[in-house]
Design a protein around this ligand. Structure first.
Ligand SMILES: [Zn+2]
Length: 456
């Protein structure tokens, strides 16, 4: 058993008096403590009460650092980590020019294994303990990621990309091989420890109607697996989908007709949706992944989060980095960009921008809800997995005498409220702000010195 002392800040799960999924309230305990027994959180409260209740238990004092839940990335492509920040194109050209060549290299198993190792190290470094990840068309790319994630005890959901048209020949499968490979991977990995499978058609333009329907039938056989894909990211893509699927009512209907719109169906981007689509996604208990750094980088559009929340308040919405179109694996950077998008929309629509509490919710508990794993992670709540991030604006000071991010440390010293401090961390923070991560009960990183000194 371990006690972590610090400034505890966490979303709280809905109770009978608090039923809204996006309720902005946070539990805020400046002199707080989290008790971890094995891989499970067993108590959260005032440090003085906890130390009295657990008198003979070892404790780690994180000082003024914030203790928040493990961060959740709802949409990211691990094979694209080597092509992040490739400039100058919009979505469809960018796929042809950068993405497909990068993914073709995963035909080589050793390349997949080395990339999975690097990628999972970077997730940890950024405080991401739960992620929904795209692999490539190659089944062994999934094996490589699950193997690395299992070793580091990360909660990873991934699947082999399925695409049988409109991509280079060496990246295509067929409706039959997509189902056979996905099924074999589900049987091999789904539900092993913290690992789960996601049926993964890349997006409608690269799957034939026959493939989408075959994957819908597979999904019906496995009602608890996740489904992930892209939806209405960019207007040229939306026009192309309308041409390719003239019989569908709209983009969402392309997936819906195939049986792919349901609970634990996680749709990336969803920037350009009609009210009908939003209503249908909500009714199906599906989820959206908002990927602001990617949308801004590729010029895809401004995701109207507040507007969507006003129309369908219960629709699950998490945040995604969407690396390699996204520009950072840090959920802090993603939250910062989500704020700026909300600020731009607020200026044109008169709505209020997102608050620090909203941003933390979407980066943790709402993300966990979007993935259907909120019974296990997303908040610091007794009974959940012990995934904790130690967020320290002055991280690194103990090791080198200078904070890793002097401007954030300087700003944090002037903050007088938790909201201000959290907001500053979300606007300015990145992997340097993560002083340590507790992954399923195990601390990675050195308290005081930070993740810089860790040997993952
Ligand atoms: Zn994506």
């Amino acid at each position: 058993m371990d006690i972590h002392l610090g400034h505890v800040v966490t979303p709280q799960d809905a109770t009978s008096t608090n039923t809204s999924p996006s309720t902005p309230e946070l539990l805020d305990i400046p002199n707080g403590a989290v008790v971890v027994d094995g891989s499970t959180i067993v108590a959260v409260g005032e440090a003085s009460d906890i130390l009295d209740a657990y008198p003979d238990t070892a404790f780690l004092d994180h000082g003024d650092a914030l203790i928040i839940p493990g961060l959740v990335d709802c949409h990211v492509h691990y094979p694209q980590i080597g092509m992040i920040a490739s400039p100058g194109e919009q979505l469809l050209d960018w796929l042809d020019r950068y993405t497909f060549p990068a993914e073709a290299r995963f035909a080589e198993k050793a390349h997949a294994e080395a990339t999975a190792e690097f990628f999972t190290d970077q997730l940890l470094r950024n405080g991401v303990t739960t992620a929904l990840v795209f692999s490539t068309v190659h089944a062994h790319s999934v094996d490589a990621l699950f193997t690395a994630a299992q070793r580091k005890d990360l909660r990873i959901i991934t699947g082999k990309i399925c695409m049988d048209r409109n991509a280079p020949a060496d990246l295509l499968d067929t409706p039959e091989s997509a189902v056979a490979d996905s099924k074999a991977l589900i049987d091999r990995w789904h539900g092993t420890g913290r690992l789960e499978y996601a049926i993964t058609p890349r997006f409608a333009p690269t799957s034939s109607d026959a493939q989408l329907r075959a994957l819908g039938e597979l999904a019906a056989d496995y009602p608890d697996v996740v489904i992930q894909t892209h939806l209405a990211e960019n207007t040229a893509e939306c026009d192309w989908v309308a041409e390719l699927f003239p019989q569908a009512t709209d983009y969402t209907d392309v997936y819906d007709r195939a049986g792919l719109v349901r609970e634990r169906g996680v749709f990336g981007h969803a920037v350009h949706l009609s009210d009908r689509e939003l209503t249908r996604l909500d009714e199906a208990r599906a989820s959206l992944a908002h990927c602001p750094t990617s949308n801004n980088f590729l010029g895809s559009g401004l995701f109207p989060l507040k507007d969507i929340r006003s129309k369908v308040p219960d629709l699950r919405i998490g945040f995604g980095s969407d690396v390699g179109a996204g520009t950072s694996l840090s959920p802090l950077a993603t939250a910062g960009e989500a704020y700026k998008v909300s600020r731009l929309l607020a200026s044109s629509t008169g709505s209020a921008p997102l608050t620090a509490a909203d941003l933390l919710h979407h980066s943790t508990l709402d993300g966990a809800r979007a993935l259907g794993v909120d019974a296990h992670v997303g908040s610091l709540t007794p009974g959940k997995d012990a995934d904790l991030v130690i967020l320290d604006p002055a991280a690194g000071t103990a090791a080198s005498g200078t904070p890793a991010d002097p401007v954030l440390a300087h700003r944090a010293a002037q903050c007088t409220t938790t909201e201000e401090l959290l907001f500053a961390c979300l606007m300015l923070g990145d992997d340097r702000t993560v002083a340590g991560v507790v992954v399923n009960g195990t601390l990675v990183g050195t308290p005081g010195a930070g993740m810089a000194t860790m040997a993952p």
